[in-house]
Write a protein that binds this ligand. Sequence first.
Ligand SMILES: Cc1ncc(COP(=O)(O)O)c(C=O)c1O
Length: 342
Amino acid sequence: MDTPNLEWGKLPFGYIPTDYNTRCLYSNGAWGEVELSSSPFITLHIGATALHYGQGTFEGMKAFLGVDGKVRVFRWQDNWERICFSSEGVLMPAIPKDKFKKAVFETVKLNQRFIPPYGTGASLYIRPLIIGSGAKVGVSPADEYMLIVFVTPVGPYFPQGFKGVDIQLVRDVDRAAPLGTGRFKVGGNYAASLSSLVRAGKEGFKTVLYLDAKEKKYIDECGPANFFGIKNNTYITPDSTSILRSITNLSLCTLAEDMGMKVERRRVPVEELSEFEEAGACGTAAIITPIKSIQDRETGKVYTIGKGTDEPGPVCTKLYNRLQGIQYGTESDRFGWTEVVE
Ligand SMILES: Cc1ncc(COP(=O)(O)O)c(C=O)c1O
């Protein structure tokens, strides 16, 4: 098994070709067998509902090569539940758990040489997607679907690593409507966020903080991640019908409780930003990205978080170390979050 010629410690969060991916097709009312492919391309009908009506969903998960040489997949069952939830949201058939697991684990196993070594800060990103592949011209769900799972080695989403970032609060763009598709992991939400994300980048910010689309009073999604704030020994994260239920965030809630903190999932008014001792964006890709400042693009007001320095605060640091410890196998997996790839 040749080791790919990659600088593991400098990997971007981007696509690097790997050896294999897996696919599973749905037709005549049933899912078929999981099949292997070495091609990064698919043949798709020009009338596929995924292309026209956004009928599709995806997931983001990671596998980690541990200190003990074992490869661990983090909380895959939660990603399976969420892909089924998103599928239901856009009227696609649920992928059976055993087929999802087989596709994910086979793809990881077959691309083992691309799993970044322990200590490089990189990991193997797993991207399952389900798309409506059957042709329709009127707006209606397809009769055929395709599950694809591919993997690619990645470094941190925000290349500065575990250091404070400046983010931009926007009021002129909504990522998702309160009763729309924000809670599903579907492409339309990301299409809706692209213009504000790119604009924020040009204006010097790492990502965007959205407000609730209805009242513009409460914190909503934080780019491709959930937001959390820390104050008075409490971990606070927005409750909203338009954000994705982050599995990283769920894990951090559990870890925060385990560390003796209170956990609150509730509406978070914008003004509360000035009270947080620490804040972060969390997600599979973002892991924990500490936030050092939030600038309101419309009013120019800057909320400085904690000391406003690059240095992450003590709670973010502890949460980050415990989460990564479980993922890389340096800390015991007390919550049963990882499964070793045999
Ligand atoms: C919009 C959005 N919110 C939150 C998250 C974080 O979710 P998770 O922790 O399950 O990766 C992601 C990334 O998957 C995302 O794209």
